[in-house]
Write a protein that binds this ligand. Structure first.
Ligand code: ATP
Ligand code: LTN
Length: 324
């Protein structure tokens, strides 16, 4: 049995990039494995959040995990800040993290341009390494953008193990190469993101049917009018990727199916498959969100389970470092 760990920040609306790149993979691996899925609120506050909205978002994301198919009988869902071991281990790992390596992190470079710099944003990958290493994780299912952070996690684990003796397991990223990076519908050169300023670029999991129809209709294409393998622009490749992901077929198959069809036809087909998946998720979400007590019980169980595992690793770490 493998240990699987992953998380999403409650920093905005979850979108189809998060679903395809992360959540949908989680649903597939929860069976037969020891799976922990975290709502990483301590990561979210590395950029300014409205406190009231953050509290609400944490519950929204938890309910969305469930609505997307995470089964609390198979996996454990918990809130990062409710297990203090994460920030404790992060402090210890800070002391073996080279400054230069954090300066090279692409996400830090991008985010510190968009927001006022702060130490939390700089240290974000060390907290992420702690999330993963505390549970002796084998696999981390994520989107392509997180690969660099997992490489850092492995480096830190190796460095710690070398200096203090075998302590952490080295985790592997699990990235579905074809759909690992869904791009914005308005700017196919940049990744679909919760923090995109243009709301038309991102299809959120809780968008209404009308919003989804409008966003796909207004998605940018290119100067051609029909799908053709001869001119695979970024925009069309992205649309075909979304189509293939929601239809559950390979990119090549989607391309064959759509070859020669008008862009409007491609968009209609995308709208159909996206709605087919998202409308039931939205319905389930509303159902789950109505019963806050049940949701809280699931998160309490998750926290207890998480602490029962992480406390063993942290005890070992403290002993090795000489804190006990
Ligand atoms: P933000 O804009 O706040 O940085 P985000 O939309 O990038 O947020 P995260 O919370 O950072 O979302 O990511 C959660 C998970 O979703 C990660 O595994 C990440 O790799 C994946 N993911 C995020 N955006 C995409 C995308 N456009 N395509 C594929 N996977 C994605
Ligand atoms: N940085 C991640 C979120 C995250 C994460 C994790 C993912 C925080 N800790 C541990 C996997 C494992 C992101 O998606 N932006």
């Amino acid at each position: 049995m493998k240990t699987i760990f992953s998380g999403v920040q409650p920093s905005g609306n979850l979108h189809i990039g998060n679903y395809i790149g992360a959540l949908r993979q989680w649903v597939n691996v929860q069976e037969g494995n020891d799976a922990l899925f975290c709502i990483v609120d301590l990561h979210a506050i590395t950029v300014p959040q409205d406190p009231k909205a953050l509290r609400e978002k944490v519950l929204e994301v938890a309910a969305l995990y469930l609505a997307c198919g995470i089964d609390p009988k198979k996996a454990h869902i918990f809130i990062q800040s409710e297990n203090p071991d994460h920030s404790y281990l992060a402090w210890i790992l800070n002391t073996i993290t080279p400054f230069g390596q954090l300066q090279r992190m692409t996400q830090f470079k991008e985010k510190s341009q968009k927001h006022e710099e702060n130490l939390g944003l700089f240290d974000y990958p060390v907290l992420m390494a702690s999330d993963i290493l505390l549970y002796q994780t084998d696999e981390v299912p994520v989107g392509e953008d997180q690969k660099q952070h997992i490489e850092l996690t492995r480096d830190l684990a190796e460095r710690f193990n070398k200096r203090f003796g075998e302590t952490f397991k080295l985790p592997n990223p699990v990235i579905q190469s074809q759909t690992a990076r869904i791009m914005s519908l308005q700017n196919p050169a940049s990744k679909m993101s919760k923090s995109d300023n243009n709301p038309l670029g991102t299809i959120n999991l809780l968008d209404t049917e009308e919003q989804i129809r409008e966003k796909i209709k207004k998605a940018v294409t290119d100067s051609n009018s029909k799908v053709s393998k001869d001119h695979g622009s970024e925009a069309i490749v992205n649309l075909l990727t979304i189509y293939s992901a929601f239809k559950g077929i390979s990119f090549n198959k989607a391309q064959d199916e759509m070859e020669g069809k008008a862009y409007s036809e491609l968009k209609n087909s995308i709208t159909e498959v996206v709605l087919e998946t998202l409308l039931p998720i939205r319905e389930k979400y509303e159902e789950i969100r109505k019963d806050e007590k049940a949701l809280r019980d699931i998160l309490d169980e998750g926290r207890e389970y998480a602490i029962s595992k992480s406390s063993k690793t942290l005890l070992d770490v403290k002993q090795k470092v000489g804190l006990i």
